[in-house]
Design a protein around this ligand. Structure first.
Ligand code: SAH
Length: 211
């Protein structure tokens, strides 16, 4: 299987073809090998237009969803970003190309360990993985310029809003445990202004401020 060709086609048809225009996002997605982040038996499916299983009943998001959520953060380079839900590590790897520092928190040790090994192999050095309940955010390294939650939440946890910088952006799927709306919130004068980017389906955020 020619992964590079599959990746180019993914960018052309699934990402650019559906209106993702941020050049930095397109270039990050061209440079990160998604095939490294999927399970051994799923390599040939790595560039398909869908989420894939990664173990522990969790999934790596559909490429378009990764692109859309990343574009929502409007990263320019100097930002500190928090990701809740490391999963395979793919989304964090994309963010590592677009921001200065990425903190990513995962509730399953096994997934955090696996992502850490892939980051090492790809020589990604500006991502720190933490094991814990990300529904509470990660106070230690806050405030963040961007927060991305890659699991569906019943509401936007107040702790995450608190840990966001003024003018900071949060992108999060909010709804029930079967379907959600992708919300982008921008913090202005301490309050969040939100825009709905449409329907989506994520695995549930499990934790104190999740399900
Ligand atoms: N961003 C991932 C996709 C993650 S799927 C990727 O690129 O592959 C959602 C992940 O969120 C799962 O791995 C799940 O274990 C994790 N998760 C769910 N609730 C969580 C919580 N409260 N804190 C941290 N991680 C959580």
């Amino acid at each position: 299987m020619d992964f590079e060709k599959a990746r180019e086609e993914m960018i052309r048809y699934q990402i650019k073809g559906r209106g993702i225009r941020d050049k930095r996002v397109l270039s990050a997605m061209s440079s990160i090998p998604r095939d490294k982040f999927v399970l051994e038996g799923e390599k040939d499916n790595a560039y398909l237009d869908c989420p894939l299983p990664i173990g522990m009943s969790q999934t790596i998001s559909q490429p378009f969803m990764v692109a859309l959520m990343t574009q929502c953060l409007s990263l320019k380079g100097p930002e500190t970003v928090l990701e809740v839900g490391t999963g395979s590590g793919y989304q964090a790897a994309i963010l590592s190309k677009l921001a200065k520092m990425v903190y990513t928190i995962e509730r399953f040790n096994a997934l955090a360990d696996r992502a850490g090994k892939i980051f090492k192999e790809l020589e990604i050095k500006n991502v720190k993985i933490i094991v814990g309940d990300g529904s509470k955010g990660l106070e230690e390294y806050s405030p963040y310029d961007g927060i991305i939650v890659t699991a569906g939440s019943p509401e936007i946890p107040g702790s995450l809003i608190e840990q966001l910088n003024e003018k900071g952006r949060i992108v999060i799927p909010v709804g029930n445990s079967f379907s959600q709306d992708l919300l982008l919130g921008i913090k202005e004068k301490g309050k969040l202004k939100t825009v709905n980017h449409g329907g989506c389906v994520f695995v549930p955020l499990v934790g104190k401020y999740g399900w």
